[in-house]
Design a protein around this ligand. Structure first.
Ligand SMILES: NC(=O)c1ccc[n+]([C@@H]2O[C@H](COP(=O)([O-])OP(=O)(O)OC[C@H]3O[C@@H](n4cnc5c(N)ncnc54)[C@H](OP(=O)(O)O)[C@@H]3O)[C@@H](O)[C@H]2O)c1
Length: 328
């Protein structure tokens, strides 16, 4: 038997409860994992609240990310005792996820945990951290290097934003962090942001299709008007990595930043990202993330706290990353 947070749907209402399940309930897969930690991402918040019709079948165990130790394997790739990590692949959405002490998954979704990271640290990174690193790599693949100017990070106190600020600052970039939370300016400075910009400055549409050139790169977790404003403020030949939609999924802009300034809009997807790229991402994260600062931006919670925290993350009130101790 193992503990899990189980979602049930009744008359279009999704409810969560902690249940003791038998292993016979586990879905198909070739590797069984003793899960130690999972994490809370924005999409997990939507699934916990039954939003967006992301889950097709109930009862359901959510949790897009998980890390733990292999218990049993019917795959050549993994063996009992291996420490493994899983992010994305629509686990916790179309397949049972990490909010449980046990998981049965497909071996091709798993990666060995980097030696230098604990299972807890890997979940402090999780999907949000993978997306932040993919964004930094995409910007660098398109010519971003430290010393060229200021890099904008939107939704900066959230999971993606916090790790993006930390990664960019650790690589020597000058980071301008956009936040709607004045009380967290000190937090953002502690992650390495050089300047803080109030969300208000970018939250209203501009009448001008092009504004003064301000940013040499941008990691955008917000979308909507903020992404449109950032595009209009990019330096000639620079790039924006579009990661999130915390502020909306519409984009009203003109083609002028692309045509007159050669700006690139780079799409970031951590869910179906190919395995070879994921390995590069984990290797860079393990080498470049300052782990003491990663620990400082992480809050560890119990399974029972997740329904409340789902509301918080959807309201943009979670700071940094939330790691779930599935045995607590
Ligand atoms: N593409 C991918 O592969 C990928 C992977 C992970 C996440 N995502 C997406 O990235 C986004 C952020 O994820 P997350 O885990 O970082 O979520 P999060 O922890 O909730 O962070 C989002 C942040 O955005 C800001 N924000 C929230 N509502 C806003 C609004 N209405 N207007 C402007 N800013 C707002 C807040 O930051 P401040 O308070 O500092 O302003 C908030 O902390 C989500 O949309 C998520 O789905 C995408």
């Amino acid at each position: 038997m193992f503990r899990a947070l189980v979602l049930q749907e009744n008359q279009n209402r999704v409810t969560a409860s902690i249940e003791e399940l038998s292993e016979t309930r586990l879905p198909d897969g070739d590797v069984d994992i003793a899960v130690e930690y999972s994490s809370l991402n924005y999409k997990d918040g939507m699934i916990l609240k039954g939003l967006g019709r992301l889950v097709h079948q109930y009862p359901h165990v959510p949790g897009a990310d998980l890390a733990g130790t292999v218990m049993e394997s019917r795959s050549r790739l993994f063996h009992p005792g291996d420490r493994v990590v899983l992010t994305g692949w629509r686990v916790g959405e179309l397949h049972w996820g990490g909010y449980a002490q046990k998981a049965r998954v497909k071996s091709e979704w798993l990666l060995p945990l980097p030696e230098s990271l604990t299972t807890k640290q890997s979940m402090a990174i999780g999907t949000a951290g993978i997306a932040a690193m993919l964004a930094v790599m995409a910007l660098e693949d398109h010519g971003l290097t430290p010393g060229k100017g200021e890099v904008l990070v939107t939704g900066a106190t959230g999971g993606v934003g916090s790790i993006a600020v930390l990664l960019l600052a650790a690589r020597g970039y000058s980071v301008v962090a956009v936040t709607g939370r004045p009380e967290l300016h000190g937090y953002l400075k502690s992650l390495g942001a050089t300047t803080i910009l109030d969300r208000q400055e970018l939250s209203q549409p501009s009448s001008k299709p092009l504004e003064s050139e301000r940013w040499v790169g941008c990691v955008d977790a917000v979308g909507g008007t903020m992404l449109a404003r950032a595009l209009a403020q990019m330096h000639y030949g620079s790039s924006v990595a579009a990661v999130g939609l915390a502020g909306g999924n519409k984009l009203e802009t003109t083609v002028l930043p692309f045509l007159l300034r050669g700006v690139n809009l780079l799409g970031i997807d951590s869910t179906q990202c190919p395995v070879a790229r994921r390995k590069q991402v984990w290797s860079r994260l393990a080498n470049e993330l300052p782990l003491e600062k990663l620990d400082a931006l992480t809050t560890v919670v119990r399974l029972a706290e997740l329904p409340r925290l789902a509301d918080e993350i959807l309201l943009g009130r979670v700071r940094g990353r939330v790691v779930v101790d599935v045995s607590a």
